[in-house]
Every structure is written in C-alpha cells, then in structure tokens.
Design a protein around this ligand. Structure first.
Ligand code: ZN
Length: 138
C-alpha cells in the first residue's frame, strides 16, 4: 500500500470565505501516483471546515446567511467562549459544516457524484491555517 501526505496552507484576508480546493486535491492525487484508494481532506483548525457541495455562488450566499442565523458573530459577548476571544461563532459554524471529507479514488480520479466539489470553509480568517491531504491505496 502507498501512502501520501501533504499540507495545503491558506491565509484568508476576510473573516469568512468558501474556497474551492478541488484542483489542489486533484494535484495531490496526481503526485501520489495512487490509482485505487481513498483521499482524506481535513481542516487542521477548529474554526475551519472542509466539506463537499456544489460550486454555486447562490448556495454559498445561502450558507453564509444560514450559518449567521444559527451562530451569529455579534453580539460577541453573547458567547461564554468569547472570554478574550471573539470566535465562538466560528467554532460552532465549523461544527455544522464539518471537519473532513473522504473521497474514493478510482482509476486515478476523484470518484465524485455529479456537481460534487471540495471546499475549504473559513470562519475566523486573517491568519495562516492548514488543511491535511492524506491519500492511501495502490
Ligand atoms: Zn476560540
């Protein structure tokens, strides 16, 4: 069995953003030279997510509105976690949107359903953060 590991780095200038990282994961898969196996992609920070969905700007706007209703950033002092911090909402948003995805690798390709794309979800930007890509197989 072959194994591959890489960290992707992000420094998002805004507090929140959704970034399509499908091509970067595809490049990792090509580098790995694995043709049958599994790809794990996970955020290495507790205020960021990795998830799979459609690359459609209306949907991303809907996520933003929905997540702000579930866990509004303001008022900051509403949250017990915000004792010297202001990112309690980012922890909650990350929980909803998930930590990681796993994608099957078949014939050297990401074996997606129609419209599936991989996204990095940032909920507390303005600093460097990492995403782990781990690929196992043969
Ligand atoms: Zn925090």
């Amino acid at each position: 069995m072959k194994s591959y590991r890489k960290e992707l780095w992000f420094n998002v200038p805004t507090r929140r953003a959704f970034i399509n990282i499908t091509e970067q994961v595809r490049e990792c898969l090509q580098e790995s030279e694995i043709s049958e196996g599994l790809v794990l992609v996970n955020a290495m920070h507790i205020t960021a997510s990795v998830f799979i969905n459609d690359d459609e700007s209306g949907l991303h706007h809907d996520y933003e509105v929905w997540l702000e209703k579930l866990a509004p950033h303001e008022p900051v002092n509403y949250y017990r976690h915000n004792f010297g911090e202001d990112n309690a909402d980012a922890h909650l948003k990350r929980q909803v949107m998930g930590r990681e995805v796993v994608v099957a690798v078949t014939n050297g390709q990401l074996d997606f359903g129609t419209w599936e794309q991989i996204f990095y979800g940032e909920f507390d930007g303005g600093r460097k953060k990492r995403v782990l890509v781990k690929i196992i197989g043969e």
